[in-house]
Design a protein around this ligand. Structure first.
Ligand code: 13P
Length: 249
């Protein structure tokens, strides 16, 4: 039985002081929910205090990115060990904004996924199509390829633990959510490709989230779909309303 996972991707929002305020607002509102795993992913500079502020609560902390080398001359980057030592359990990898603005390729995402597991971090791997790709009818082909490359040469026991977030790019920050049927179709295809490569047992365990304009009004319908195990939430994770998404039913 897969546990639903709702993660807030804060993107480039919240200074340390603001992060603390948001955490203090949300802490009591999500407390006591043991049905859903709750993850906050603030910017790097907020991670240490976010871990400290959520100690002893049901909130877990994740980073939004990391580099795939151990250490060295990579100005501006953050290593897996740094993220781990901050107290993070999760790391978002391959977000479409990283792919679009910072040139991340499927191969780089794969290298990061493997590094994350080496360091005991659980990756939340983002995949998803652009509007023109949906219109060309290649959504499923494209997402299958993204998933296959991201998970290439990953140990099946680790694949079981991974989270894949299906985020159609046209639905991110646009207020235009995929319908639950559209989201389910792709999340189901993701589980299918995992089954083809790693076997049904692994596919039954891996969690697949939907992301893209998830809000308090649409979360319950999306998360009720058989292959959708929760959500990766952007804009709505920055407000008290995020608790309504966590406590969706
Ligand atoms: P929005 O929820 O703001 O559409 O962002 C989704 C997202 O990109 C989460 O990673």
């Amino acid at each position: 039985m897969r546990k639903t996972i709702v993660a807030g991707n804060w993107k480039m929002n919240k200074t340390p002081k603001e992060a603390l305020e948001l955490i203090e607002t949300l802490k009591p509102l999500v407390a006591g929910n043991d049905k859903t795993e709750v993850v906050f992913c603030p910017p790097f500079v907020d991670l240490l205090l976010a871990v400290e502020a959520t100690k002893g609560t049901n909130i877990k902390i994740g980073a939004q990115n990391m580099y795939c080398a151990e250490s060295g001359a990579y100005t501006g980057e953050v290593s897996p060990a740094m993220v781990k030592e901050c107290g993070c359990e999760y790391v978002i990898l391959g977000h479409s904004e990283r792919r679009a603005y910072f040139g991340e390729t499927n191969e780089l995402v794969n290298a990061k996924v493997k590094k994350a597991f080496e360091h005991g971090l659980t990756p939340i791997i983002c995949v998803g199509e652009k509007l023109e790709e949906r219109e060309q009818g290649i959504t499923i082909d494209l997402v299958r390829m993204q998933v296959k490359i991201a998970l290439k040469d990953v140990d099946p026991e680790n694949v079981k633990k991974a989270v894949i977030a299906y985020e159609p790019i046209w639905a991110i920050g646009t207020g235009k959510t995929a319908t639950s049927v559209q989201a389910e179709e792709v999340c189901c295809a993701i589980r299918q490709v995992v089954a083809e490569v790693f076997g049904q047992e692994v596919a039954d365990e891996i969690r697949v989230q939907y992301g893209g304009s998830v809000n308090a009004g649409n979360a319950a319908e999306l998360f009720a779909m058989p292959n959708i195990d929760g959500g990766l939430v952007g804009g709505a994770s920055l407000k008290a309303d995020f608790a309504k998404i966590v406590n969706y039913d």
